[in-house]
Design a protein around this ligand. Structure first.
Ligand code: NDP
Ligand code: VSD
Length: 308
């Protein structure tokens, strides 16, 4: 029980998980399978999906649980609606109870090196890949009871190297903020998760193109496994939190950037706010000065690449 509200139990519910073939999405799918939910996972790569589905089978709690996978490119609106229809069809056409929108990708790099294509691709692969599923779900006659977005702690602050990615994660925050309000009209709960580093396959990929200075600034964050991250996300949803973090450092940023969004805990949020007001200023000044100290190396990097 949290503030008189019964905590959410996924047992017997249909949970629809985008990005469910690896990383956070797969870990969340396993967690929900273990808790007795019917689980549908969606991603593009069929091989990874079938490996993930075999993994889910190992955690099945009862023969009645429906575990299924679907391959669709969710950065497209029609495919996002078709994926949802396919998953609903296995449940007699009923809309899934809870949507966990974990799909996403990250291609960091300096702004000066971006072009129209690279910037639009990140908007597709980070924002639209979640927004189109939410749109398709809300248009269904029967609405889901929950929509859970996965943004990033980089929607609370940002730094060098994230211009292709951060704006799209901020956009997810803007969408969730608006939908939390608008979907009160239909009794749909909206949640949004702001993870810091998750040690996933996607994280290994993004590090291949991540600028050195960005890697250096992230050194203070050791990262958490997809399994731990999935627990944080689930606990936040279970407790009915709107802004979900799960890590204390992230709570400092959450409270610092909260605006008029709902609080999580009056007492703790006041403490985080107090620490953050001092700590975040000191930390950000340190970040700025590290970047300043990187100026000469950056000039050399640009010269080597023949960039003006
Ligand atoms: N890893 C990190 O440090 C952080 C991650 N996040 C966010 O958390 C979420 C999960 O991250 P992580 O576990 O690292 O992710 P991964 O990159 O490891 O996995 C991404 C999943 O999303 C699927 N996916 C990606 N694009 C599409 C698409 N266009 N259509 C359908 N499916 C797609 C992938 O499958 P396939 O490619 O086969 O389609 C895969 O299943 C993402 O939204 C990410 O932005 C936030 C903060 C930190
Ligand atoms: C008192 C205050 C101290 C503050 C210390 C803060 C440490 C900074 C950690 C930076 C973490 C960056 C995570 C990026 C996650 C993400 O979304 C990407 N992996 C996706 O590309």
């Amino acid at each position: 029980m949290f503030f008189g509200k019964k905590s959410w139990d996924p047992k017997g519910k249909h949970c629809y998980i985008t990005g469910g073939s690896q990383g956070l999405g797969l870990a969340e799918a396993i967690l929900l399978t273990k808790r007795g939910a019917h689980v549908s996972i969606v991603a593009r790569d069929e091989k990874k999906l079938s490996a993930a589905l075999s993994e889910l089978e190992k955690h099945r709690q009862s023969p009645d649980q429906i575990l299924a996978s679907y391959s669709f490119p969710l950065n497209e609106a029609a495919a996002s609606a078709a994926a949802l229809d396919a998953a609903a069809a296995r449940h007699g056409g009923r809309t899934p109870d809870a949507l966990f929108l974990c799909a996403g990708s990250s291609r960091p790099g300096f702004f000066i090196e971006q072009d129209e294509k690279s910037l639009r691709e990140q908007m597709d692969g980070v924002y639209w890949v979640q927004a189109f599923t939410a749109l398709a779900a809300v248009k269904r006659e029967v609405k889901p009871s929950k929509i859970v977005f996965v943004s990033s702690i980089l929607a609370m602050f940002s730094f060098v190297g994230y211009t292709p990615y951060t704006p799209a994660k901020f956009a997810i925050r803007g969408l969730a903020e608006t939908l939390r309000s608008e979907l009160i009209l239909y009794g749909v709960d909206v949640h949004i998760y702001f993870p810091a580093t998750i040690l996933s396959p996607g994280y290994e990929d993004e590090n291949k193109c991540k600028p050195q200075i960005t890697l250096k600034l992230e050194e203070t964050d050791d990262g958490i496994t997809p399994e731990v991250s999935a627990e944080h996300l689930f606990n936040g949803v279970r407790k009915g939190q709107f802004h979900i973090t799960g890590e204390i450092l992230s709570d400092l940023f959450r409270v610092g950037a909260r605006g008029a969004s709902p609080w999580n805990n009056v007492f703790m949020d006041l403490i985080y706010g107090f620490i953050g007001n001092i700590g975040l200023v000191i930390w950000r000044r340190g970040v700025d000065s590290t970047i300043r100290g990187h100026t000469e190396e950056h000039k050399k990097y640009l010269a080597d690449k023949n960039i003006q």
